[in-house]
Ligand binder design. Structure first.
Ligand code: NAG
Length: 322
């Protein structure tokens, strides 16, 4: 059977648990599928994809003309050899941000429970340079649905398009995906958000959930808000998407540069591309934006009314209510 026929049959048969794709995200999916990435942030992976900066305030995996990326199955972390992971050829007993999730009250992420995406680390790609935060919520468009996951593991190899077994089975419940059997077609859109509020932290997700549905439900509201924040003007059907915004147009995240002085605001020049500065404690997040300038995340306030949008006033600073 031709794979697109199979795709359609499955998509129409398994929508009961699915999260419907919001219109703006569907427009983004449609707009960026054709063509190639105008703003590549990495080299090309073994599945033919690059990390791409064409969607403002986001990073996504973009394949060649007509493609996004495939979905390989990852079983790393707690219980890495149970159930559908028993045949995983590459299982590894821990995930990259284990120390952080231990401070959230669990021993490690569990690929059977936590829907996580693997995003690369150097030398292939340094996601944190571009402002993606470990354990931040990501959106995954697959099988005509959207699911939310977290950036939960890393990979130094030039391979991309890898998700935990629980996320793979949410996307493709009827495909018998296992640790050794992934989703081949390059139609999966993985989006990471360059938004400091994309990190749910200890209390913003049910890290000790017993099953994937329970964990997924705990990050849905945050995921929906992040997707909504991508806006509606990312479409543009074939035209070049708008460049990322910052105060010095053409010198924003993803623009090429020779030195820090070529990059707007607090961005620095990393390997020839403007991005957020890396390096531990001192790194400044991108300037927060919101609908009421001067009343955004981190601005000082006396009460909730001093803060834009849904932000609340906590300890004198506008913060995310969670
Ligand atoms: C997932 O866990 C929650 C909380 O323990 C429970 O209420 C729910 O029935 C479980 N769902 C599945 C599908 O097992």
């Amino acid at each position: 059977m031709h794979s697109s026929t199979l795709f359609t049959l499955l998509a129409t048969g398994t929508t009961s648990l699915a999260y419907t794709i919001p219109a703006n995200l569907q427009a983004i999916y449609n707009a960026h599928k054709a063509g190639t990435c105008a703003n590549p942030l990495s080299g090309t992976s073994s599945s033919g994809a690059v990390f791409c900066g064409d969607i403002p305030n986001a990073i996504f995996l973009k394949g060649s003309n007509g493609n996004y990326d495939n979905m390989d199955v990852d079983c790393d972390g707690a219980d890495d050899k149970v159930g559908d992971c028993s045949n995983d050829p590459t299982g590894f007993g821990e995930t990259a941000f284990k120390d952080t999730v231990q401070s959230y009250g669990i021993s490690d992420l569990n690929a059977n429970i936590h829907p996580y995406v693997v995003v690369n680390e150097p030398p292939f790609f340094d996601a944190q340079h571009f402002g993606l935060k470990p354990l931040s919520v990501m959106a995954i468009v697959c099988n005509n649905q959207v699911w939310y996951g977290v950036w939960g593991d890393t990979n130094t190899e030039p391979t991309t398009g890898e998700a935990s077994i629980s996320l793979a089975q949410l996307c493709y419940p009827n495909d018998h995906l296992t640790g050794d059997n992934g989703h081949g077609p390059k139609d999966v859109l993985y989006i990471g958000f360059l938004d400091p509020t994309a990190v749910p932290g200890k209390n913003g997700a049910k890290w000790n959930a017993n099953n994937v549905s329970d964990f997924e439900a705990s990050i849905k509201a945050l995921g929906d808000r992040l997707v909504q924040g991508l806006g509606t003007n990312n479409g543009g059907g074939g035209t070049t998407p708008p460049p990322p915004t910052c105060s010095w147009e053409g010198h924003c995240a993803g623009a090429s540069c020779g030195s820090d002085g070529d990059c707007s605001d607090d961005l620095t020049c990393n390997s020839g591309v403007c991005g957020s500065s890396s390096g531990g404690g001192g790194s400044a997040p991108p300037p927060p934006t919101c609908s009421w300038e001067g009343h955004c995340l981190g601005d000082s306030c006396g009460s909730d009314d001093d803060c834009s949008d849904d932000f609340v006033c906590k300890s004198g600073k506008c913060s995310v209510d969670q």
